[in-house]
Design a protein around this ligand. Structure first.
Ligand code: IMP
Ligand code: MG
Length: 185
């Protein structure tokens, strides 16, 4: 699996050091107030578990499952909810956690759901990565671990065709691995 990696962008050490910094900023931002942390499945799972353990706040944790990618290395443009019930965030201050801010569609759709139908009173977002691209919808993340150029990356929760989420670093794929994945082999 590691042979499929062309270039490592961030090692586990880089990531954990930066997550600790961001967790400090989030902790200061909420200054002891209760927070409902909501992770977007599946990509945020590693970042979520790492940041949670560094937030000394009275918090609850839930996850929301959405689909915005359908196999390729670019966004499909549609965001669909994969569950019937929203996390219970009524009257809560929410910290929404995701792996990557790319087109902005996923985060904007989930934010609108939680603040609208979900009844959250406020919402901040924390992302592991922010791609330097033109967003399809305007969206600003409040807490960002790393900015990356417009490249497709995997690892640390991020997948390509559901593979590579367990890599303990973030990197780009070789053209050959991308070809093999899209050919379904
Ligand atoms: P957005 O809705 O376009 O902002 O995309 C958000 C979702 O697309 C993320 O939560 C990821 O699951 C996926 N995604 C976007 N860019 C990448 C990437 O470079 N690698 C893997 N997944 C990505
Ligand atoms: Mg994905």
């Amino acid at each position: 699996m590691e042979n499929d990696i062309e270039k490592i962008l961030f090692t586990e050490e880089d990531i954990l050091a930066r997550v600790a910094e961001i967790a400090g900023e989030v902790t200061a931002g909420f200054s002891g107030r209760p927070v409902a942390v909501v992770g977007i499945l599946t990509g945020s799972c590693l970042f979520l578990s790492d940041i949670l353990r560094r937030l000394p706040l009275p918090l609850t944790v839930s996850c929301i499952s959405v689909a915005s990618y359908h196999g390729a290395t670019s966004s499909s443009g549609r965001v669909t909810l994969r569950q019937t019930d929203l996390p219970d965030v009524k009257g809560r201050d929410v910290l929404l956690v995701d792996d990557i801010l790319d087109t902005g569609r996923t985060l904007a759709a989930v934010r609108d759901l939680l603040l609208g139908e979900g009844g959250a009173i406020s919402l901040k977002t924390a992302v592991l990565l922010r791609k330097e691209v033109q967003r399809a919808v305007p969206f600003e993340a409040d807490y960002v671990c790393f900015d990356i150029p417009d490249e497709f990356v995997v690892g640390y929760g991020l997948d390509y065709m559901e593979k590579y989420r367990n890599l303990p670093f973030i990197g780009t794929l070789t053209p050959e691995a991308i070809r093999r994945g899209s050919a379904g082999s």
